[in-house]
Every structure is written in structure tokens, then in C-alpha cells.
Design a protein around this ligand. Structure first.
Ligand code: HEC
Ligand code: HEC
Length: 210
């Protein structure tokens, strides 16, 4: 009796969902757009990010990078370190999109969004940062547009607070803590050579201007 009733309840819920919710297209960027509604509360409607939840702007990042990072959060290569406060927020969210084909289309949708310019917040010196950026250009490109062959993402224009935080995490092993994260390990080595937070702020100030 109980099982019949619960079956009916489940059926009623399914019918309500089918009639009440936005229809989910079968595939493509349109499907990615609907899936992205799960991300908006933190990354914003236009992918502009949120300082409140420390979720970075992701609009216009390359699809290959978004997909790779998303899968890293899912498998625990990123965001599982106990000191990674922000990563621990993103990790459970990465499990809300289970099908790898869906991860791909949501990444394609985010990549299709125009990049959003944020306010500078960290007070770094962009001129000093520009000099230090020569090292970074080898992989991220002179204009910070990234290089997929080296798995180096676009960083041009990225929010300064997010850049400083990621450099700190790489340097401290809070990101790229697992040897299986080979791309992360490359960046971790570089971050280890940045002397202090002031230097990170300067780099972030310059990257923000790109
Ligand atoms: C509860 C808030 C929250 C939700 C919802 C959320 N994220 Fe995130 N996301 C974050 C935070 C916080 C970070 C930053 C983690 C860090 O500092 O390492 C992040 C990081 C990311 C990154 C890494 C960006 C980079 O430059 O490396 C990607 C990609 C990402 N999120 C995609 C998504 C997608 C796609 C969704 C929806 C399916 C989503 N997120 C939903 C909070 C969230
Ligand atoms: C030897 C190549 C290489 C050099 C040089 C390099 N990077 Fe990276 N960087 C990478 C790779 C690869 C990644 C992606 C790591 C991952 O997949 O987690 C990365 C990731 C990043 C990220 C994270 C982006 C995001 O969206 O989360 C930032 C910020 C960054 N690099 C800044 C810098 C700065 C600043 C410098 C110069 C001081 C620099 N990088 C030099 C290869 C490099």
C-alpha cells in the first residue's frame, strides 16, 4: 500500500516537474544554457562571478579549461584540500552535472558568454606586475590569452582577487596537491617562485588590465 502511494507521489512530482520547469533541450549549447541555471547563484547570470561567495568570473574562459577544471572538482583533483574553503563550495556543485556530455555543453555555454570586466580590488602595482609577467607569458601568452597545447588557460582580465587567491593556493599546495594533477603541478612550481603576496598583487593588477 505504502509503495503504491509513494509511486503515485513520485509520478505526480515528475508530472509537475515536466509541466512547470524550463524544458531541457536534448543537446548542444542550448542545453548548456539551461544546465547553467544551477551555476548562476554563485557565478552570476552572465558568468561575472561573485565576491560574496568568492566564485570567479568564468564567462569567456576556454571550454577545454572549464571542462577540465569541472572534472577535477568532481574527481577530487581540485577543491578537496581541507584548507580550500572556496574549492569545498564548488566541489559539491560539480556533482550536480553528472553526465560528461552535459559537462561539455555547459562548458561550451560558459565559454560562449562575453568576458565580464570586474573592478580592481587588491591595490597591486600593474607596472611592477608587467615586468614580472614576462615569466608567465611563456605559457599564458604575451597577452594572457592562454595556450591549450600547454594546458595554460586564458587569464587576461581575470578578477585580481581570484588571481591572488589561486597563486596563494598553488604556492601553498592547496591547489595541485595531487601528483595526478599534472597541469596544476606545472603552475604550482611557478607559483613557488613568486616571492610574496605583494608580488602576487602586482601580477594580478597587470593581468587585470589585459
Ligand atoms: C555554491 C556556489 C557555486 C556554484 C553553485 C557553482 N560554483 Fe563554480 N565555483 C565556486 C567557487 C567558490 C569557485 C572557486 C574555487 C577556488 O577558489 O578554487 C568555483 C570555481 C569554478 C571553476 C573554476 C574556474 C577557474 O578559473 O579555474 C569552474 C570552471 C566552475 N566553478 C564552474 C561551475 C559551473 C559550470 C557550475 C554549475 C554547474 C558551478 N561552477 C556552480 C562556487 C560555485
Ligand atoms: C610553464 C607554464 C606556465 C607558466 C610559466 C605560468 N603558468 Fe600559470 N598556469 C599554467 C597551467 C598549465 C595552468 C592550469 C593549471 C590547472 O590546470 O589547474 C595555469 C594556471 C594559472 C592560473 C589559474 C587560472 C584559473 O582560472 O584558475 C593563474 C592565475 C596563473 N596560472 C597565473 C600565472 C602567473 C601569474 C604566472 C607567472 C608568474 C604563470 N601563471 C606562469 C602554466 C603556466
Amino acid at each position: 500500500m505504502v509503495s503504491v502511494r509513494s509511486t503515485l507521489v513520485a509520478l505526480a512530482l515528475a508530472l509537475t516537474a515536466a509541466s512547470g520547469c524550463t524544458e531541457l533541450p536534448a543537446s548542444g549549447v542550448a542545453r548548456g544554457q539551461v544546465l547553467y541555471t544551477n551555476c548562476e547563484q554563485c557565478h552570476g547570470k552572465s558568468g561575472e562571478g561573485s565576491t560574496l561567495v568568492q566564485a570567479p568570473p568564468i564567462a569567456g574562459l576556454p571550454a577545454w579549461y572549464i571542462e577540465a577544471q569541472f572534472l577535477h572538482f568532481q574527481t577530487g583533483l581540485r577543491g578537496a584540500h581541507p584548507d580550500d574553503v572556496e574549492g569545498l563550495k564548488m566541489r559539491p556543485m560539480s556533482r550536480t552535472v553528472k553526465d560528461p556530455a552535459d559537462v561539455k555543453v555547459v562548458a561550451e555555454y560558459v565559454a560562449s558568454l562575453p568576458a565580464v570586466k570586474t573592478e580592481a580590488t587588491m591595490g597591486g602595482d600593474a607596472t611592477k606586475g608587467q615586468a614580472a609577467f614576462a615569466t608567465c607569458a611563456a605559457c599564458h601568452g604575451a597577452d594572457g590569452q592562454g595556450n591549450p597545447d600547454l594546458k595554460a588557460p586564458k587569464i587576461a582580465g581575470q578578477a585580481d582577487w581570484y588571481v591572488v587567491r589561486q597563486l596563494t593556493k598553488f604556492k601553498g599546495g592547496v591547489r595541485a596537491y595531487d601528483p595526478a594533477d599534472t597541469a596544476g603541478a606545472t603552475m604550482k612550481g611557478i607559483a613557488g617562485t613568486i616571492p610574496d603576496e605583494a608580488a602576487m598583487r602586482d601580477l594580478a593588477a597587470y593581468i587585470h588590465t589585459l
